[in-house]
Every structure is written in C-alpha cells, then in structure tokens.
Design a protein around this ligand. Sequence first.
Ligand SMILES: [Zn+2]
Length: 136
Amino acid sequence: MPVYEFRCQNCHNRVGIQLSYAEYGVKAVTCPVCGSNKLTRLIGRVRIAKSEDRRMDDLSDPSFMGDVDENDPKSLARAMKKMGQEMGEDLPPEFSEITDRLESGEDPESIEKSMPELGAGGMDGGGMDDGGMDDF
Ligand SMILES: [Zn+2]
C-alpha cells in the first residue's frame, strides 16, 4: 500500500499516511500528530502517476497527431513509432511490422486485412486497446 506524504497545516508536521489507491482522495485523512484534517498533499509518488497521465493526455492531444496525414501511410508510421516510443513499453511484434509496412507505403486497410488478429481484440496487453490505436 503506498504511503502518501502530507503536510499538516495545523502542526506543520510532515506525515506519511498509508492509503490504498481506492482510499486516496476518498478517505478523510487526519494528522496522526495533532488530529487535524487540514492536510496538504506533498509531492510524492502521486506526482509520478500524474505526470504519466499527463503523458497519456499528450498522446491523445490532437496537436500530438497534428502533423499526421491519415492518408499518408508514412506519416502514420512516424506517428505510430513516436507513440510507441512515448509509451516506453515492449511493443508487440505486430507493431513494428505495421510501421514497417506503412513506411513502405502500404495502405493501412490492406495491412489490417492481412492481419486479422488486429481486428479481433486488437493489440493485446500494454493498454494499447484503450488508445487511439483502434483505428488500425
Ligand atoms: Zn498535525
């Protein structure tokens, strides 16, 4: 269970409070020193999660894809590679195959047709299903 750090506005102690992710933001937290509920979150691991959220926001931000021409497979391939790098995860083997084929100028639709597993269930794992990858 993660420990979240708070600064007590009453006694000004820095306190660590163990909260589950489900409890965080829901459960009322009180200062273990003075019992005050005027606690302010200190920068900690949640900031990391937030920055990841921010990163995912960037990926879905239209400006991120701003220079992508959907009718240009090479442009799509570049965007997909950029996205893949941003995700920083192990990409499925299909991913590089798709980008390679896009870069060689192949039509995305014909790639999709030749890879039926993409249509059923998409690219499994890594949360790819939730992203904008469904278009492929
Ligand atoms: Zn306190």
